[in-house]
Design a protein around this ligand. Structure first.
Ligand SMILES: Nc1nc2c(ncn2[C@@H]2O[C@H](COP(=O)(O)OP(=O)(O)OP(=O)(O)O)[C@@H](O)[C@H]2O)c(=O)[nH]1
Ligand SMILES: C[S@@+](CC[C@H](N)C(=O)[O-])C[C@H]1O[C@@H](n2cnc3c(N)ncnc32)[C@H](O)[C@@H]1O
Ligand code: SF4
Ligand code: SF4
Length: 311
């Protein structure tokens, strides 16, 4: 069983926001569109959510935050999800604490990692993240390579800050066998206040990507993201702003750290599941997923927004 929304989009994935705190203060942080300093579900609560989510066909789980590695029980959270044997469990991190945790995350059943690395220049890195942490993250990445076959680097491109590093980023990622994604700045959270100053249309880098490698198609399981093959790695474009094609391929929903379902990064939560989760009411939780799915709607709409996405 897979839930399909009113726009023909299947619900395949869940982004689980496990906390609302962070050790960084990136100039653009959208904090997954949730409030800060809110209560957190326990690992067992999250396991219970997976029981219901699996029953409605969600098989792919992304752990994010805040900074998920700040949770002392992050390994237990992964174990709880892995126990249910979904097809994929991944985690997105700023990488600062990765060196000590990589081995434990892998042993707990995490399949792959996305690590944010917005610049290869330590000074710029500090300007963007507010932390002098470049070397730490690099060490974390090198350690993680020993345990994860699939690591993807996240780079938010910011006009006037790091757009001249696209070539260097590809070289760095290729040298280490990391995949890479270039992300367009979103006007959400702190991203709104710097949007007019730092927004950069990510389509601008397509000629460079085509020159260095080749376009290999769109990612049908998520946002129709364009994919390029360059120097042995996969480079992905996250062109999220004012892009109806991106939203037409949206196959995901967010669970906030305090147990609310958000159907879209830009919208307020549609359902509060806290009591249902704490009461371990499986049927109600399954019904809540179905109801939330019926409320899903593309944020950026175009002529093709009601076309069924092929999976
Ligand atoms: N607008 C929008 N942005 C998203 C959505 N999902 C992820 N993103 C953004 O995409 C960027 C990369 O997110 P990640 O957490 O690394 O995960 P991902 O690339 O979506 O997922 P995988 O490819 O499965 O690893 C971040 O800037 C996210 O905010 C979405 O549904 N809508
Ligand atoms: C909110 S962070 C949470 C995980 C972790 N703290 C990290 O930074 O990787 C998830 C991803 O969203 C990206 N991100 C945050 N704010 C953004 C914005 N306004 N526009 C685009 N991407 C953003 C981050 O760079 C990161 O790759
Ligand atoms: S983007 Fe990630 S690392 Fe940066 S402030 Fe937000 S949650 Fe923290
Ligand atoms: S519908 Fe919302 S959550 Fe989905 S891709 Fe569009 S902006 Fe992102």
């Amino acid at each position: 069983m897979v839930l399909i929304d009113n726009y023909g989009r299947p619900l395949l994935k869940l982004r689980i926001v496990v906390n609302s705190v962070c050790n960084f203060s990136c100039i653009f942080c959208h904090f997954e569109g949730q409030s800060r300093l809110i209560p957190e579900l326990t690992p067992e609560d999250i396991g219970f959510v997976i029981d219901a989510a699996m029953r409605v066909g969600i098989n792919d789980y992304k752990i994010t935050g805040g900074e998920p590695l700040l949770r002392r029980d992050i390994v237990k959270i992964i174990e709880e999800i892995a126990e249910r044997r979904p097809s994929d469990i991944s985690l997105t991190t700023n990488g600062y604490m990765l060196r000590d945790l990589a081995r434990h995350l892998s042993h707990a059943g995490l399949n792959r990692l996305n690590v944010s690395l917005h610049s290869l220049k330590p000074d710029r890195y500090k300007y963007i993240t507010g932390v002098d942490g470049f070397e730490n993250v690099l060490n974390g990445l090198m350690e993680a390579k020993n345990y994860f076959r699939r690591i993807k680097l996240n780079v938010v491109l910011l006009s006037g800050v790091n757009t001249d590093e696209v070539d260097d980023m590809i070289d760095f990622a290729s040298k280490h066998g990391f995949d890479l994604q270039f992300i367009e700045l979103m006007p959400v959270g702190d991203g709104s206040s710097i949007f007019s100053k730092h927004y950069y249309n990510i389509n601008n880098i397509i000629p460079l990507l085509e020159k260095r490698g080749k376009f290999i198609g769109n990612r049908m399981d998520l946002h129709n993201r364009p994919l390029f093959s360059i120097d042995g790695i996969r480079v992905e474009l996250i062109k999220n702003y004012e892009n109806p094609l991106f939203c037409a391929g949206c196959t995901t929903m967010r669970l906030t750290s305090n147990g609310q379902l958000k159907t879209c990064l830009y919208k307020r939560p549609v359902l509060d599941l806290w009591n249902i989760i704490k009461g371990r009411n499986l049927e109600s939780l399954i019904n809540a997923f179905k109801e939330a799915n019926s409320l899903r709607e593309p944020n950026f709409k175009g002529i093709g927004s009601r076309i069924t996405v092929k999976i």
